[in-house]
Design a protein around this ligand. Structure first.
Ligand code: GLA
Length: 329
């Protein structure tokens, strides 16, 4: 008999012996992408629903409903869940900083971290405790934020200490973007090393991995992985996507990706996953910032309203050429 349909293997099963395969989700996509998520992913991250502004928009008023739905989805489907994120300069409500001196802000930070981590103890196995604290350019190491301004440089270690106290079993990560850029890489390395040297409870580095068809160079990704791995911490890719547009490309006229883009994307994914497999002793989780091309934040960034197609599955949840390059090796 002639076999007419090709069996599509499960991505997370193919990678079972190497690392978890995750997807960022929200309360809509756990419905609209349910089958795809169940078949191919064994880990999820809340795209927005566990951020400070979503979970505690008003002091002392916790709005866990959406986050709870996502945590329940993870549990029902036997998936891991990464927590994202506790301390960040974005998507944090104004009240947090209002009228706060160092002690007040530390207290608010601690209360938030404790409440959120307690709620998801046993479901969330790791947290992005601090997100994007490092500057992209210039001589300063730390980004200028209200956290830094009001508390001082030790706000980062305090966040990790509070998190460790709240859930001693959770793995605690520092997470950042442009992580493979040589200049930023050294800053992230320096920050994380200083935490490790001080004995701060930190267990991993999250490489966001918002990449495109050419940048960052594969060699720079390799160097970044080696550099962070040399700290003896676990590495997670936390927000992987491969934009079909290079950063300078501001075209808005495409209604579908070109063949050339899809070919280049497939080649790029092949190279990326080959590299990740090489470092599987250090990399324990690879999470995409979405699951399929029907929904991606890149359709609004950096060009508002411009569709992008950054994943292994197309808008109809069908495996792309990129998918086959990742599973067949
Ligand atoms: C950063 C954050 C994520 C998300 C993306 C854009 O990478 O860590 O939570 O907001 O930006 O969607």
């Amino acid at each position: 008999m002639v076999k007419t349909t090709v069996e599509v293997p499960s991505l997370s099963k193919v990678y079972e012996a190497s690392f978890h395969i995750g997807a960022a989700v929200n309360v809509r996509t756990i419905e609209s992408q349910k089958d795809l998520l169940r078949k191919h992913f064994n880990s999820i991250t809340a795209e927005n629903d566990m951020k400070f502004i979503e979970i505690q928009p008003v002091e002392g008023q916790f709005t866990f409903e959406k986050a709870d739905q996502l945590a329940a989805f993870a549990k029902e489907n036997g998936m891991k869940m990464r927590g994202h994120t506790l301390v960040w300069h974005n998507q944090t409500p104004e009240w947090v900083f209002e009228g706060a001196d160092r002690e007040t802000l530390l207290q608010r930070m601690k209360e938030h971290i404790t409440a959120v981590m307690n709620r998801y103890k046993g479901t969330i196995f790791c947290w992005d405790v601090v997100n994007e604290a490092v500057t992209d350019e210039g001589p300063e190491l730390l980004r200028s934020t209200k956290w830094l301004e009001i508390i001082g440089e030790d706000y980062i270690e305090k966040a990790f200490e509070f998190a460790h106290e709240a859930d001693p079993d959770a793995l605690l990560f520092y997470n950042d973007y442009n992580e493979s850029n040589p200049e930023k890489r050294e800053k992230i390395y320096k920050l994380v090393k200083s935490l490790v040297d001080k004995g701060v409870p930190i267990h991993g580095v999250g490489l966001q991995a918002h990449w495109n068809l050419v940048n960052p160079r594969l060699e720079d990704i390799r160097i970044a992985i080696e550099r962070y791995a040399s700290l003896g911490l676990k590495l997670h890719l936390t927000e992987l996507d491969v934009s079909v547009f290079n950063f300078e490309d501001k075209r808005t006229d495409l209604t579908e990706p070109t063949h050339k883009m899809l070919d280049l994307q497939a080649e790029r994914y092949q190279q990326i996953f080959q590299l990740l497999r090489e470092y599987r002793n250090h990399i324990t989780s690879v999470t995409f910032w979405g699951a399929a091309d029907d929904y991606t934040w890149l359709s609004d960034f950096p060009v508002k309203g411009r569709k992008n197609w950054p994943f292994l599955f197309d808008e109809n949840h069908q495996a792309k050429e990129s998918f086959w390059k990742v599973v067949q090796y």
